[in-house]
Ligand binder design. Sequence first.
Ligand SMILES: [Zn+2]
Length: 422
Amino acid sequence: MDRLLTEIETRRAALVSCTQDLIQIPTLNPPGRRYRDICDWVGHRMGAQGWQVQMVRAEGAPGDSDRYPRWNVICRLEGSRPGECVHFNSHHDVVAVGHGWTKDPFGAEHSDGRVWGRGACDMKGGLATSIVAAEAFVALRPDFAGAIEISATADEESGGFGGVAYLAQKGFFDPARVQHVIIPEPLNKDRICLGHRGVWWAEIETNGRIAHGSMPFLGDCAVRHMGAVLDEMEATLFPLLAGKRTEMPVVPDGAKQSTLNINAIHGGEPVQDADYTGLPSACVPDRCTLTIDRRFLIEEDIADVKREVTQMMERIREKRPDFRYEIRDLFEVQPSMTSEDAPVVRTVEAAIREVMGKSAEFVVSPGTYDQKHIDRIGRLKNCIAYGPGILDLAHQPDEWIGVDDMMDAGKVMALTLAKLLT
Ligand SMILES: [Zn+2]
């Protein structure tokens, strides 16, 4: 085992340059730029070392087009004997740059023991770490049992439908083919993320009747109806959600309860283009929409989550004349949580203890990531997120990944391979 850790130590420069090369391909999502380039980069590197490389385009998936094709790459190396397969899955897309940077977002500067850039922490540093850890392991143990897979997949930042969901539908995460999945998302190097809360996105619409704004009594204002919805939310729904606590080890602490975000509200006349110089026209709004983002706990049932909102709307209808509404489902994801006794959890836990001399912290993510597709579509339960990087830096300006953190996480990954593939 010590030789394996030393082997990782010798690859520090390789790990830094691998991270830099990945950051320098600006795989912005939306719209989904340079996906083929980053898949080619990973495919060439692994193919040159004898790995089988498969390029898979998620044709017909949301966002896929000839201009922005949704490319994924899956690399696989067979061992010398039968055994289990360990799969490292990283998304290769990054979110918009945003404002406030002091570094070049795609320059991949290496300074102060960090590599800087959009996607450094979320999650090209994690992808690079899994690549280098696997390379070190294979160099030292070419006679390993089973197989190793490394994938770089599209669109995690926009739901994963052109990435892991598509691959899961095609059988890439069939438990007969893959037995252990590690997603190197930036959850901190001493934490094992067991899963995530559930999500329900919906749009609530209130309806009224349009009329001249000088005689609002002739119409029916949909925005005032929505005001009643907001009042009722404050009075009953938010207190109800605050009272629901989970046994899941969600971090940060505020996410240990059910939450609801009002994502958007639109009512009345549409906002005009910036170059419009006229005044608004006088109308009573006949339509108002509210988008809600409800995050729920493993103890909750999605049917109850939806019923709470319907019941709230019905309470308003009973006391408010002419109150009409609709609720439309936009998106939903069930909560996912791998057991602490699952083999991949126990193995990574033991590796963290060996490398860092402390026990791992088990956490659950407030938001979802690609584990949902591996669990729900792939039917593979032995899956965790484990990777270097500080979660809070994801999607921020001046995003960075610490080289020491990548080295430590790389040791944990290599040790995990050594334990599972003997
Ligand atoms: Zn991510």
